[in-house]
Structures are given as structure tokens and as C-alpha cells.
Design a protein around this ligand. Structure first.
Ligand SMILES: Cc1ncc(COP(=O)(O)O)c(C=O)c1O
Length: 365
């Protein structure tokens, strides 16, 4: 077996200068060198998130869930409610965190893969004045759907709510404009569209919100937004020992993105997903979504005579890695093919050739 090609929505393949950044000499996180690295990384994240000078970014050592849990366990004062809009696995993951911290909630739940109805959302926002925060996933990775962030942002502006967006699989793959879209807090990670390693998540939040946090309202010791903000604001550091060695590659991946240009990165992802989708259409495969598809995840059903787990195993033997569909989609023979990180047009054509040949190894009858 040679080096596998990750067509999975994280971890992703990284550029060699990102991998080489792991070899940086050791530094201590209580050093001025770390402070410079951290501050530079924060600035680049702000740019990536379309955040102006009113926002502040923090790196959290952990996966995407750690960033989401930091936000949700810290943002609420007593009696505050959250209104959760959800339509897939990662909306349910937010729900799990909300319930674990016993945050009072209202919900607008759509079936998985269904585009959220804005009239229903507006009705829910307007009839739940106690819901100070509205939460939604930007790119629902479990289906590949892009949710209506600008539209819900407008509603949050109209009704004076804080908008929290899980942009874990969106940042670097879709346009995010926190200021324009009235997003108060957003989370994401290095190990997806940005093209860095897993284990470095980040939070970008409006400073006015961060300034009003109190130690009491934060319910977690490590995943504590107050502590992270205070350490970052006052000393350009983290409250605990961070994954210093992963912040170098995170910073390098951000530099790569700035050099490629955010628009060019997004355009490359669009071209790659278009190639993949055309290829699947030519193979006669049905895709889960016709509209509102992200630039980076394609959910596709395999023919009935091709069991998805076996197909994935066979593709792995051919050095290609995909995801099995989650929840009910697994039993519907759906798989997910992503194009995040170091994937270019020719990689997609090569993958499609192997995909098509592998499909033919299953007999229809
Ligand atoms: C939209 C979204 N939110 C949250 C998560 C959870 O991130 P992690 O697995 O890094 O904890 C994922 C993971 O794929 C995701 O796609």
C-alpha cells in the first residue's frame, strides 16, 4: 500500500510546508516567540473569518467539538435560552452539548438533508424572545448542505439576537463574512478546508461579547471562553499548555491560504467538487443533494449491488479514503467524498478512474 489519498472531510492531506512546520525547534508557550506566533495566527484567522477589528480569535487545543463546547458552555447567563436550528448530525452534536450543560433551549429541527425554511425560523425567533442566542451549523458536513447563514444573520440582526455559527467544515471552503452576516461567534478547525492538522480548533468572537463574560457563567474548566479570552487578550497566551507544535503548521496553512488567496482556494474547491459530481453523474450515481451543496463534500449513493462498507474497504486497498454516510444514510448505501486540503483537479480525475473501475468489480447480478 502506498500513501493513502484522503478524500475524507477531515483529516485532510496537508501541503509539505505544513508538515515540515511540525519540525520547528521546540519553544515554550510562555515565551515571546510563542506570543508572536499566537498573535500572528489570531490575525490570520480573523482575515479568514471575514472578521473586522471588532472581533477577536483564539486557538483552542482540541478538535472542533472542543471549540463548540467552549462556546456553548460559556456564553449563557442564567435564564438565557438558545434557539438551535438543525438539520443533520452536527446540529445534533450541538444539541448534545446544549443538553449536557442543561442550557434552556428552543429548537427548529428539519429532517436531515432538508434546507431550513426561513419563514419557520423567523417565526421561532420572533416567538422566543428569551432565546438570546441562535445557533446553527454553516456546512452540515453529514449531508454536504450549506445552511442559510446570511439570511439567518439578517434575522438575528432584525430581532437583536446573538448568532453562533459552527463553521467547522466551512472556513476556508465557503465565504464567511462574520461582520456582514452579523455572526457574533464562530468556530472552526485547522484540519479541514484550511489544510492543517487536526487538533487545533479556533473561535472567533465579537469583542463586546467576550468583554462581558464572567468567570461564573463559564461552566467548564479547560473549555472556558473567559479564561481563553483573558489569557489571549492580556498576555497573547493560552490559559493552559497548548499544542505548541501544531500551531506552527496551523500558521503555515493560514499563510498558504493567504498566498493562494481565499477566493482562489474556494474556486479550486468548487472546480474539484464539480469534477467529482460530473464524474458521479456519468457513472449513473445519484447524489443526496441537488441544491445548496457545499464546495467540499459530495454525498453519493452507491448502486444496491455495491455494499458501501465493502466498497470503502476495496477503495482503501487502492489508497483512496472516503467516509461512510452517517446515521440512516449508512443503511441507504451512501458514502461521502470530500475535496478538502491538498486536492487538485487531476487528483479528482484520477480518483474517479479508480472509483469507476472499483465499482465494476461488483457484479450486478
Ligand atoms: C460541522 C461540524 N461540526 C463539528 C464537528 C466536530 O468536529 P471534531 O470531530 O473535530 O470534534 C464536525 C466534524 O466533522 C463538523 O463537520
Amino acid at each position: 500500500m502506498s500513501i493513502p489519498k484522503l478524500f475524507s472531510p477531515g483529516p485532510v492531506m496537508v501541503r509539505s510546508n505544513v508538515r515540515n512546520a511540525l519540525l520547528h525547534y521546540d519553544i515554550c508557550h510562555r515565551s515571546s516567540e510563542f506570543e508572536e506566533l499566537f498573535t500572528d495566527t489570531q490575525k490570520k484567522i480573523n482575515f479568514l473569518m471575514g472578521a473586522d477589528q471588532n472581533y477577536f480569535s483564539m486557538v483552542i487545543s482540541g478538535s472542533g467539538t472542543s471549540a463548540n463546547e467552549t462556546v456553548l458552555s460559556s456564553l449563557f447567563q442564567e435564564k438565557d435560552q438558545v434557539l438551535l436550528i438543525r438539520n443533520g448530525v452536527f446540529g445534533e452534536r450541538l444539541l448534545e452539548i446544549i443538553d449536557k450543560y442543561q442550557i434552556p433551549k428552543a429548537e427548529v429541527a428539519f429532517p436531515w438533508g432538508t434546507y431550513p425554511d426561513l419563514a419557520v425560523i423567523e417565526e421561532a425567533i420572533s416567538t422566543h424572545p428569551e432565546a438570546r442566542v441562535v445557533a446553527m451549523v454553516y456546512h452540515e458536513t453529514s449531508t454536504g448542505m450549506i445552511n442559510p447563514v446570511p439570511e439567518v444573520g439578517k434575522l438575528c440582526r432584525k430581532y437583536g439576537r446573538l448568532f453562533f455559527v459552527d463553521a467547522v467544515s466551512a472556513a476556508g471552503g465557503e465565504t464567511i463574512d462574520m461582520a456582514e452576516n452579523h455572526i457574533a461567534v464562530a468556530t472552526s478547525v485547522g484540519g479541514k478546508c484550511l489544510g492543517a492538522f487536526p487538533g487545533s480548533a479556533y473561535i472567533c468572537a465579537r469583542k463586546t461579547i467576550l468583554e462581558t463574560l464572567t468567570p461564573d457563567q463559564c461552566k467548564n474548566v479547560y473549555l472556558n471562553l473567559y479564561k481563553h479570552y483573558k489569557a489571549a487578550r492580556d498576555s497573547c497566551q493560552t490559559p493552559n499548555t497548548p499544542n505548541v507544535n501544531l500551531i506552527w503548521p496551523l500558521n503555515q496553512a493560514l499563510t498558504n491560504l493567504l498566498e493562494e488567496g481565499l477566493e482562489n482556494r474556494i474556486a479550486r474547491y468548487q472546480r474539484c467538487s464539480a469534477i467529482i459530481r460530473d464524474g458521479f453523474r456519468q457513472m449513473g450515481l445519484r447524489m443526496l443533494l441537488e441544491d445548496h451543496q457545499s464546495n467540499t463534500v459530495t454525498s453519493v449513493f452507491l448502486p444496491d449491488h455495491v455494499p458501501a462498507p465493502e466498497f470503502l474497504r476495496k477503495m482503501e486497498m487502492r489508497d483512496y479514503i472516503f467516509y461512510l454516510g452517517k446515521g440512516p444514510y449508512a443503511s441507504q448505501n451512501m458514502i461521502q467524498v470530500a475535496n478538502m486540503g491538498e486536492i487538485y483537479e487531476q487528483d479528482c480525475y484520477n480518483m474517479l478512474d479508480v472509483f469507476s473501475a472499483c465499482l465494476k468489480t461488483f457484479s450486478a447480478g
